[in-house]
Design a protein around this ligand. Structure first.
Ligand code: GLP
Length: 255
C-alpha cells in the first residue's frame, strides 16, 4: 500500500484526477471503477475541467459504479445515479452506453432474487475487468457498501445497511427515516480484482478509521483492510485525516 499525504482536499482532488487522467492517456479504452460519497466530488470536478479543456477524452472509457441505494429511483436527488450525472456524466464525453451503475428494484432483498447482481459482475468481466478502481471509506471501514461483518461477499450483492452508515448518510436526507435500509454493492472480490486501486480519504472525521487501516491487520470487521492484500493500492489522504501518519512519501504541492 502506497501512502500519499497531501496538504488539502483540493490537492487530493487534483492528484487523484491526474492519476485517473494518466490511466486514460495510457489506455484510452480504460475501464474505471467509480465511487460516490462526498470525497470524490472534487476529483470529478477536476476531471470534468480536464475534459472541457481538451486535455483528456473519456470517449473510449467504460465506467462501473460501486453501489446504489435500493428504493430510490435514478431521478431521486440522493440516488447515486443522480449524483453521477450531476458531478461527472453530464459534464464529460463519456458515452451513455459505457456508464454502468448497479440497480435493483425495491423488493430484491435477497441475492437469489438479485438477477441484476450476477449480470453486473458478468458485464464487468465482459468489458475486461476494472483497470483503476476509485474508493472512498466509511467511518466503520466499509468500502462500497461492504459493511463490517463476520464474512464478506465476493460478488455484487444486496446488503442491509448498518445503522452507523444510515446515520452517517442521513446528512444528505431530510431525516434518517428517509435513508434507504438496503443497497446493491459490488463485493470485495469484484473490488479486489481491479488492477489498480486508489483510495481517497479526507477530513478529521476519517482520522480514526485511517489509523485502524494503517495499524490493523486484515479483518472482515474492517472491510478496507482487505486492500492490504492487493498488489497495487495507493491511498491519497489529506493532512486532516492523515497528518500524523509516519509514512515515507509525503506529497507537498504549492496551492
Ligand atoms: C458511502 C458510499 C461509499 C463511500 C463512503 C464514504 O456510504 N457507499 O462508497 O466511500 O460512504 O463517503 P464520504 O466520502 O461521503 O465520507
Amino acid at each position: 500500500m502506497k501512502w500519499r499525504i497531501v496538504n488539502h482536499y483540493a490537492e487530493l482532488s487534483r492528484l487523484a484526477a491526474e492519476m485517473v487522467a494518466e490511466q486514460v492517456r495510457n489506455k484510452p479504452t480504460s475501464v474505471l471503477g467509480l465511487a460516490t460519497g462526498s470525497t470524490p466530488i472534487g476529483m470529478y470536478g477536476e476531471l470534468s475541467e480536464m475534459v472541457r479543456r481538451g486535455e483528456i477524452s473519456l470517449k473510449g472509457v467504460t465506467t462501473f459504479n460501486l453501489d446504489e441505494y435500493i428504493g430510490l429511483t435514478p431521478d431521486h436527488p440522493q440516488s447515486y445515479h443522480y449524483y453521477m450525472n450531476e458531478h461527472l456524466f453530464s459534464k464529460v464525453d463519456l458515452l451513455p452506453e459505457n456508464r454502468h451503475i448497479p440497480y435493483a428494484e425495491k423488493g430484491e432483498f435477497s441475492d437469489e432474487e438479485c438477477k441484476a447482481c450476477e449480470e453486473y459482475d458478468r458485464l464487468i468481466e465482459e468489458r475486461g475487468g476494472i483497470d483503476l478502481q476509485i474508493l472512498g471509506i466509511g467511518h466503520n471501514g466499509h468500502i462500497g457498501f461492504n459493511e463490517p461483518s463476520l464474512s464478506l461477499e465476493v460478488g455484487t450483492h444486496v446488503v442491509a445497511l448498518t445503522e452507523e452508515t444510515r446515520e452517517a448518510n442521513a446528512r444528505f436526507f431530510r431525516s434518517i427515516e428517509e435513508v434507504p435500509t438496503h443497497a446493491i454493492t459490488m463485493g470485495v472480490g469484484s473490488i479486489m480484482k481491479a488492477k489498480r486501486i486508489l483510495l481517497l480519504v479526507s477530513g478529521a472525521d476519517k482520522k480514526e478509521v485511517l489509523a485502524r487501516l494503517y495499524a490493523e491487520g486484515v479483518t472482515t470487521e474492517l472491510p478496507a483492510s482487505l486492500l492490504h492484500l492487493h498488489p497495487d493500492v495507493t491511498v491519497i489522504a489529506d493532512q486532516e485525516a492523515a497528518g500524523w501518519l509516519p509514512v515515507e512519501e509525503i506529497v507537498k504541492e504549492e496551492t
